[in-house]
Structure formats: C-alpha cells, structure tokens
Design a binder for this molecule. Structure first.
Ligand SMILES: Cc1cc2nc3c(=O)[nH]c(=O)nc-3n(C[C@H](O)[C@H](O)[C@H](O)COP(=O)(O)OP(=O)(O)OC[C@H]3O[C@@H](n4cnc5c(N)ncnc54)[C@H](O)[C@@H]3O)c2cc1C
Length: 419
C-alpha cells in the first residue's frame, strides 16, 4: 500500500464511483463531489447495462461519415448531428473525421479489447465481493434483419476472433435455439459469449453502499464551480458549498468534463451523444440474452423481470430535450425484430435520456495532465462507460499511486489534443 492520500473525485457516475472503490482499497481518504442529490440521475443510471468485449471498433471508423449523412435524412434514424455554430463543435467534427480511418481503428481495437476484458474480470470480482448488479454472464447477440448486415457482422466476427475475442455466426434457427424465450424475425446473428449484462441503477446503488461502508464520503448537492490553484498544483475545488481541499483530484465529470477543465487551460474535446431508453416493467416476452438490433442500433437488455430498449445517438451540445421521433424509431425497431412487441406496449412508458461523453477518436481520456501535478482525468467513455467503469477506476488509482498500470494508457492521454 502506498502513502495515505486525500483524494477528491468530481462526479458520482460509474467512472467516479469505480475510482472511489479502488482508491478506498488502497486505504486512501476518498471524497466524491457530486452536484446531484442522492439517487439523482446521470448517464450511468438508465443505460443498457452491457459489458462489451465485442465493441472493439470505436465510433470513429471508416464509413461512419457516409452512414451518418444517410441517416440524417431520416428523423427516426439511430444517429444524427445537432450542429451549432460553435468553434468547439467544428473542431470536434474535423477531429472525428480525421480519426475515422482504418489505421486508427487498428490501433484502437486492441486497446478497447484489453480494457473491456479487464473490466469484465473486475465486474466478476465485484460480484463475488458482494456488489449486487444482477450481473449475467450470458453473452450478447448481434441480431441482423438483413443478409447484407449479417455479412458485415460476419466480417466483424472474423476480426474479433483475430483479436482473440470469441464470436460465433448463427443462422436464424440457431439464434432462436440460443434464446427460445423470445420470438425473432431476423436473417441471423453473431453471438459474443464473453459479453455480459447487468442492471446499472442496481449496480450504482450497491457500489455506493460499498463505498460508504468502506469509509468513502459523498458530498451531494455540491456543484463544482472552479479550481483553486497554487503554481502547478490544485489546492481545492471551489463548489456551491465552499472549498474542498485534497492532495489529489480526479475529474470524472462525464460530458461536462471539458467545460470543467477550461479554467485550467486544458482541452479534452467532448460532445454529448444523446440517447434514450425505455424500460418495460412486464414485457410480453423476456429474452435471457441481451442483444443489439444491428441495423437499428437498438440495445435490448433483460434486467430482472424488466426489459430495456436503448438507443439513438444525437451528437451535439449537452441538452436533455426528448425528441419523440427518436423514441418512435426505437419502438418501431423493437416491433420489427421482435414481432410479439407492438408499439402500444410502450404507451405510457416514460423515456429516460442520457448524455454519453463522446471524444473525437472514440477513446476515453485516462491519465495525468502535463500542466497540473495533482490532476488526473477519467472521462469520455462514450457508449462504453458502464463497461469500462471498473478498469478505469483501477487504472486511475494506479496512475495516482505512480504504479505501473494493468493496461497501457499511453494512447489515452488527456493531453492528446492539447494546443
Ligand atoms: C441510451 C444509452 C445506453 C447506453 N448503454 C451502455 C451500455 O450498454 N454499456 C456501456 O458500457 N455504456 C453504455 N452507455 C454509456 C454509459 O452510460 C456512459 O458512458 C457512462 O454512464 C458515463 O459515465 P460517467 O461517469 O463518465 O458520466 P456520468 O454518469 O454522466 O457522471 C458524471 C457525473 O458528474 C457530475 N458532474 C458534472 N459536472 C459537475 C459539477 N460541475 N459539479 C459536480 N458534479 C458534476 C454529474 O452530475 C454526473 O453525476 C449508454 C448510454 C446511453 C445514453
């Protein structure tokens, strides 16, 4: 165990709480500063709950720009861009475009694989240690409606196997046999046995209870408004309830992280990837394996007796306005792949909205900053934050302790877009 530190974490989402958990394991004094009230919402609560070694391709990948333009003609489509005349957004778009290359995917894929597999192991360890999340190690099905999509997914499955991630191509009959609890109208699927699913809000409650039981503190309703500095060190957070001092600071502020570091003259470009979920309390059918409806980009996750449908990505500045056409897109897709589900099953279901913190190159920022001795950033996990929570928490505390990290973080530097 290293020297005892006072560690303050900004943000009580999955990334902040995972960091708190591992910091407490090191015996440090840990305080999480969160602007929400206890049990308040953030992106970590209503998401699809998937742990995804299958997701080794970042959002910025070849073909995404063309696909995005085609999708933008359809208001119900899974992807759209909400442009604004801001320099930040223009710069983000240019960086995203430049990152959408084969070479970038080839570099990112083994990193995402290593992070996701290591995080999966930590989730299993957490589950054995009594963190109650409803973790189910049952794999994930990529359900394809059309032969064209099945062909693309087959090629991706081959890439996965080349990276050491098991993947099996199944026809419609074999898929039905794998999950007989649900009726599907599909051409076939790819099965990723290493993927898992859980109930994110159950996870967050249990993780919080464990952090508090280990002596960690959470300062709820504390809005961080600035940083008190001395030379190249941070001495305190300025918050709506006064200053909070510490030796070390970790920023886990989700999509708000870039704005939070601007007064420190740092730049960690990030936009919001707005998405929605709809949870049926008593679904007409309850699959046992989680799945992704590939063409529609909708995730379907059983959570106890409930069934959650999550999807869409509207890239823009953070806002939580619900777009009814996107909700319609999700419910129509559900009925198209899973024909026992009808649009009226979703009547009266309140959509949940979440803001994914999306970086231009599809990799999170995990690391110390060059300019500030005692600031570490852990943010920007886009559509994989739940999956990558535990490994991010472990890596962040290893970085703060000055230890060798379990997975290399060289490519994840928060200074990679520094001016
Ligand atoms: C529809 C949908 C489905 C998804 N499905 C999956 C999935 O299946 N698997 C997966 O891995 N990921 C999924 N994700 C992505 C995942 O939810 C996010 O990547 C993850 O929750 C990000 O966690 P975070 O801790 O970085 O951010 P958040 O959960 O947003 O937490 C950040 C916290 O910082 C706090 N904060 C911000 N600013 C301040 C301030 N100034 N002062 C104090 N506190 C502040 C916020 O209040 C918030 O609580 C999904 C996302 C969506 C929208």
């Amino acid at each position: 165990m290293g020297t005892k530190k006072d560690l303050v974490i900004v943000g009580g989402g999955i990334i902040g709480l995972s960091t708190a958990y591992f910091a407490l394991e090191k015996g440090w004094n840990v305080t999480v500063v969160e602007r929400n009230a206890p049990h308040g919402d953030n992106c970590s609560q209503g998401n699809s709950g998937m742990i995804v070694p299958s997701h080794f391709v970042p959002l910025a990948a070849p073909g995404i720009m063309g696909q995005a333009i085609r999708w933008m003609r359809d208001p119900e489509s899974p992807f759209s861009l909400k442009p604004s005349l801001s320099l930040d957004m223009l710069k983000w778009g240019l960086r995203f475009y430049l990152a959408s290359t084969r070479a970038q995917v080839d570099q990112a894929a083994p990193i995402l694989r290593d992070l996701n597999l290591a995080s999966r192991d930590l989730y299993i360890r957490w589950s054995e240690a009594g963190i109650d999340s409803g973790l189910a190690k049952k794999g994930l099905l990529m359900l394809c409606k059309t032969d064209t999509m099945l062909h693309e997914e087959k090629e991706l499955a081959q890439e996965a196997r080349d990276l050491g991630i098991p993947a099996q191509v199944l026809d419609a009959k074999e898929t039905a046999a794998l999950d007989p609890n649900v009726t599907m109208s599909i051409a076939g699927s790819v099965y990723y046995p290493k993927d898992c699913h859980l109930d994110p809000s159950r996870l967050i409650s249990s993780l919080l209870a464990s952090i508090e039981a280990k002596g960690g503190k959470v300062l709820w309703n504390h809005h961080v408004t600035g940083w008190k500095k001395l030379g190249s060190s941070i001495v305190a957070l300025e918050t709506s309830h006064g200053e909070v001092t510490a030796d070390e600071f970790v920023l886990c502020g989700g999509v708000w992280s870039d704005d939070l570091v601007k007064p420190l003259r740092l730049s960690i470009p990030m936009l919001a990837g707005k998405g929605y979920s709809l949870t049926l309390p008593t679904p007409i059918e309850l699959p046992s394996v989680c799945s992704i409806l590939c063409e529609a980009r909708v995730a379907v996750t059983p959570m106890g007796d409930k069934l959650r449908f999550g999807g869409t990505m509207t890239i823009g500045k953070p806002d939580q306005v619900i777009a009814p056409e996107k909700i319609r897109g999700i419910t129509k897709s559900a009925a198209s792949y899973l024909p026992r589900f009808k649009a009226q099953h979703f009547d009266g279901i309140q959509p949940w909205v979440g803001l994914r913190p999306v970086t231009p190159d599809g990799l999170p920022y995990i690391g110390r900053t060059n300019n500030w001795k005692n600031l570490t950033v852990a943010a920007g996990h886009a559509m994989m934050g739940l999956s990558l929570g535990p490994i991010t928490g472990q890596l962040t505390t290893q970085i703060v302790a000055g230890e060798r990290t379990t997975v290399s973080v060289e490519r994840l530097s928060p200074d990679r877009y520094a001016a």
